[in-house]
Design a protein around this ligand. Structure first.
Ligand SMILES: Nc1nc2c(c(=O)[nH]1)N[C@H]1C(S)=C(S)[C@@H](COP(=O)(O)OP(=O)(O)OC[C@H]3O[C@@H](n4cnc5c(=O)[nH]c(N)nc54)[C@H](O)[C@@H]3O)O[C@H]1N2
Ligand SMILES: Nc1nc2c(c(=O)[nH]1)N[C@H]1C(S)=C(S)[C@@H](COP(=O)(O)OP(=O)(O)OC[C@H]3O[C@@H](n4cnc5c(=O)[nH]c(N)nc54)[C@H](O)[C@@H]3O)O[C@H]1N2
Ligand code: SF4
Ligand SMILES: [Mo]
Length: 889
């Protein structure tokens, strides 16, 4: 038996690897995809459990819908076959027919290896503390990340955490407690709000510069939700994937819907720095654009569209559409609050700076051949049915604050919105079109949200610097699309908590993170396995996985925003293993230790919360009315052991639990049909946008004033109309002298794909996935030849922030000058050199931000060289991160 769990025909490691290779094969081109590296290793892994029942799997087991709840954006149906409390096999969606109208929600390789979250050999068993930790001072703080561990009781663990929190509150005030990353939605945050508050950090990550700029210019929430419903995709002559790689990053069944368009004859275009697996699968035309240079590309596209239209007026640009729905593309429509008598078209023509923004001008920056810029300008013309869909990768770049105005502006110039085949929107992992128009509305848990005590909020990009320097720039909470003027505030952090997020790895500047964590008095986290945040903590509290809690409801649209057309109901799969406790149990224990009123903080238990969500879920039926999803009887309530009322609904609760999912059946023209911006386009006065002009503001004074006031930008004046700003650490920064073409210290641009092996940092510990998907450093064939490196060679990659080593994967599909490192690997520092052997992406991301203060992960610069001073075994041969607790365990 060589897998952790599998044998005799169940999903074993061998079968799993075969399946992942086959699944990926349709998308792979030799020499680029990591799956090309699949091979068997000899590593013998001892099983954690010997499951006799596994040999007689058909006996006595039950299928239970098992949550696959990670921040991957997928919402696949996973079922676990449970025998004697142990999961011995899993399967995916086999409920109903798989058709265009009723798409199955099939799991990806991560979902299929999910057993290892709960039953993996590296599962944390007991609360533990760092050996050289000392109360109130932290003891040898420099040993955080390399100390040994000691098993402790829950009583001792909760006692330590409660005392440390109380000590910080008494001595330095509540603001000295930092919930790093996006921890402010957690139950710890809830508890701390009852204890006087804490300092938050703003999670300025996924949506990049759309966080602020989308609603400011009049787009829907972070720029999501304005595309046409998926049933319309086959009506497009051309679908443009602008950035984005759904085949890797929009998991589960998402890519399927584009297949329907492909079958119907739709052509595809991909715009970005690498001809990725999605582009390959859809045989897309590749418009190559260097990371972070989209603004230059799109300005030139607009310029060429103006020129084409000038030659043959009205042939390319839909001027009626532009004037009716937007302001500021040219001088004809002016925003009421405009302070500058300038406009975008004149800027593009060079009226203000003498530089016409032609295809040739852009080409020098973005690397796109000039003829491709012109080709794209023609494609955008109003007579083509074009559906333009972007991800947020181009927005997770420094100084991309004008990207949305240009992307939307170019799409709208062609009138591409609100009609069959025409859209300018998003192809994002967690929506399948139109989250603006929900079909499901999940019920409330009964645990009403608690307002944060303090407004204090540190922007994620400078969170670790704030801990180190004691100051930060408070600009409101960007997540809520506000951006207030620069306000440098003092902050004195003494305790760092990591809850439900992985900020050590997630936020910029990992070396700063480690330094900050070695500075403060106390660090703790909850964890299922020995994550990087556990590694750098003083106390680690073992928490249950999603399989050991009463259940989860996933689906619906905003704010849950996962899949518009279905809802998945997962139930408890097994009892909590070892000494793990649920998050609520842990926080209740802490609250008690801190002398708080536990019942006031947590008035509803977890099972009741699960029930409440289900009972309250409504959905739009085929008549367009919102009705209860489930009917509930008195007997159901008794069986669940919860409080509630019987109710009438669409389907019996036991049936939903048994199936694990409900999805609406789709047909062209049904009540769920939606076109981006449909209400606004139908009546722009009644449905005015939330901007001073009531329209979508390509000229946006509010935006310019806020960007100039926030203080994140040096030496640049943001105009109200979109201009090109060379981004911090962007392409221009790879030169010591751009004008003469002299390359500088860091001549390569690097970006971070969201990767098949992981959902962010989650799953990086799973042995099957480590074997199926290596963690390579992608380099173009041209650059590899110049550097004299071969496929599989180890290279050192470095910049001012840090250094990593990794095996090279040579690709014919990367733009020369651009390299890529998949993000989310768990840091593994070689203490002698400071080199990270795991290839953790934020080792190479110095503290920097966009104009609105969000992290620009995809604009950074590096150098690399062949390296053989440290041996680097393939990841699949690295030992599991099992903590040796000596005889105490
Ligand atoms: N397997 C897996 N899936 C995931 C996740 C995961 O970690 N793993 N994470 C989920 C989450 S929270 C998110 S936010 C999404 C992210 O989803 P995406 O934003 O779509 O993912 P990325 O891999 O960052 O980028 C996709 C593509 O954008 C292109 N690109 C990169 N930089 C630029 C640029 O500056 N300009 C242009 N034009 N193109 C660029 C690259 O070619 C890359 O292949 O993925 C989600 N899905
Ligand atoms: N360099 C670089 N950095 C990036 C990105 C990039 O492209 N490049 N992408 C950014 C993006 S788009 C995003 S969304 C962020 C994601 O950043 P994070 O949200 O910090 O990443 P995750 O790995 O999803 O972290 C979730 C952690 O919480 C744990 N967890 C999840 N659910 C629960 C629960 O119910 N209870 C408990 N106790 N723990 C739980 C998981 O095990 C995991 O350790 O990262 C950002 N960081
Ligand atoms: S795509 Fe996400 S939800 Fe679906 S199986 Fe994979 S990890 Fe799970
Ligand atoms: Mo994200």
């Amino acid at each position: 038996m060589d897998g952790v769990l599998g044998n005799d025909g169940h999903l074993s490691r061998r079968a799993f690897l075969g399946a992942s290779a086959a699944a990926a094969a349709g998308l792979a081109l030799a020499g680029c995809s990591p799956q090309g590296k699949l091979k068997e290793t000899d590593k013998a892994k001892g099983p954690l459990f010997t499951v006799d029942a596994e040999l007689e799997a058909e006996k006595g087991g039950t299928w239970v819908t098992a949550s696959c709840s990670n921040n991957c954006g997928g919402m696949c149906l996973n079922k676990a076959y449970v025998v004697d409390g142990v999961v011995i096999r899993t399967k995916t969606d086999d409920v109903g027919e798989d058709s265009e109208g009723t798409r199955q929600l099939r799991a990806c390789p991560r979902g299929r290896s999910k057993r290892q979250d709960t039953f993996g050999a590296d599962r944390l068993k007991y609360p533990m503390k760092r050996k050289n930790w000392e109360a109130l001072t932290g003891g040898k703080k420099e040993l955080r990340g390399k100390d040994e561990w000691v098993r402790i009781s829950w009583d001792e663990a909760l006692d330590i955490v409660a005392k440390e929190l109380q000590n910080a509150i008494d001595k330095y005030g509540n603001k000295s407690i930092l919930l790093a990353g996006r921890g402010d939605g957690s139950l710890l945050a809830r508890m701390l709000n009852f204890a006087g508050g804490f300092t938050r950090s703003s999670a300025t990550r996924s949506y990049g510069t759309a966080y602020f700029n989308a609603t400011t210019m009049g787009l829907f929430n972070v720029g999501l939700g304005e595309e046409n419903d998926r049933m319309d995709f086959p009506n497009a002559e051309t679908i443009v994937f602008y950035g984005g790689n759904p085949a890797w990053a929009s998991p589960g069944s998402y890519t399927y819907q584009f297949n329907e368009a492909k079958k119907a004859g739709t052509k595809f275009v991909f715009v970005g720095p690498e001809y990725n697996d999605t582009a390959t699968w859809f045989d897309a035309k590749w418009i190559r654009v260097r990371p972070g240079t989209d603004t230059a590309f799109l300005i030139a596209v607009a310029y060429e569209m103006f020129k084409l239209d000038e030659a043959n007026p009205g042939s390319v640009i839909d001027w009626d559409f532009i004037y009716k729905y937007t302001v500021g593309i040219d001088g004809t429509s002016v925003a009421p609050d405009a302070k500058v008598d300038e406009n975008f078209k004149d800027y593009a023509y060079g009226t203000y700076d003498g530089e016409p923004k032609t295809a040739e001008w852009a080409s020098k920056i973005c690397g796109t051949p000039a003829e491709d810029v012109r080709w794209y300008a023609e494609l955008m013309g109003k007579d083509h049915a074009v559906t333009i869909l972007r991800s947020f990768a181009p927005l997770r770049t420094n100084d991309s604050d004008n990207f949305l105005a240009l992307y939307t502006g170019v799409g709208f110039m062609g009138g591409h919105a609100g009609k069959p085949g025409h859209a300018t929107g998003t192809a994002y992992h967690n929506c399948i079109g139109s989250p603006a128009d929900p079909i499901f509305k999940p019920g409330k848990s009964g645990l009403e949200s608690v307002k944060n005590v303090f407004e204090e909020c540190i922007n994620g990009f400078e969170m670790w610097d704030a801990v180190l320097t004691g100051k930060y720039n408070y600009t409101g909470e960007i997540r809520k699309n506000k951006l207030t003027a620069q306000d440098i505030r003092a902050i004195d952090i003494h305790v760092v908590c990591h809850i439900n997020v992985a900020p050590v790895l997630t936020e910029l500047n990992l070396n700063a993170a480690i330094e900050a964590l070695r500075k403060v008095d106390f660090v703790f986290c909850t964890a299922r396995n020995f994550t990087s945040q556990a590694e750098y903590s003083d106390v680690v509290l073992p928490v249950t996985t999603e399989w050991e809690v009463p259940g989860t409801v996933k689906g619906g649209s905003l704010p849950t925003l996962v899949n518009r057309e279905a809802i998945v109901v997962a139930m408890q799969v097994c009892e909590p293993l070892f000494e793990s406790k649920t998050e609520q149990q842990i926080m209740e224990g802490l609250a008690e230790k801190m002398g708080l009123d536990v019942k006031a903080i947590f008035p509803v238990d977890e099972k009741q919360q699960h029930f409440n969500k289900l009972a309250g879920t409504t959905f739009k039926n085929d008549k367009g009315e919102f009705v209860n999803l489930v009917s509930i009887t008195k007997a159901d309530i008794e069986e669940w052991g919860v409080q509630g009322e019987a109710q009438e609904g669409f389907m019996p609760l036991p049936e939903l639990i048994e199936k694990g999912l409900f999805r609406v059946e789709r047909k062209a023209g049904d009540v769920y049909t939606y076109y981006g911006y449909q209400n606004y386009l139908a009546d722009p006065v009644a449905n005015a946008r939330e901007t001073p002009s009531g329209k979508i503001e390509i000229y946006c004074q509010t935006k310019a004033d806020a960007l100039n006031g926030a203080g994140f930008t040096k030496d640049y004046d943001w105009k109200p109309y979109p201009t090109y700003k060379a981004p911090v650490n962007g392409y221009e920064a790879t030169f010591s002298d751009f004008a003469s073409g002299t390359k500088g210290e860091y001549p390569y641009q690097i970006y971070n794909p969201h990767y098949l092996r992981r959902s962010h940092t989650q799953f990086d510990n799973h042995p099957w996935l480590r074997e199926a998907f290596t963690q390579p450093f992608f380099v173009s064939a041209k650059d590899a030849t110049e550097k004299g490196v071969k496929d599989g060679d180890v290279v050192r990659v470095w910049n001012e922030a840090g250094q990593i080593i990794r095996q090279v994967s040579i690709s014919e599909r990367m733009m020369p000058g651009v390299v890529a490192l998949p993000w989310g690997a768990w840091v593994a520092i070689d203490e002698a050199t400071g080199i990270d052997k795991a290839g953790s992406a934020n080792m190479l991301t110095p503290t920097a931000s966009s104009g609105c203060g969000v992290s620009g992960y995809n604009t950074n610069i590096v150098n690399f060289e062949k390296y053989d001073k440290i041996a680097l075994d393939p990841d699949a041969q690295w030992p599991d991160r099992v903590i040796d607790l000596g005889k105490e365990a």
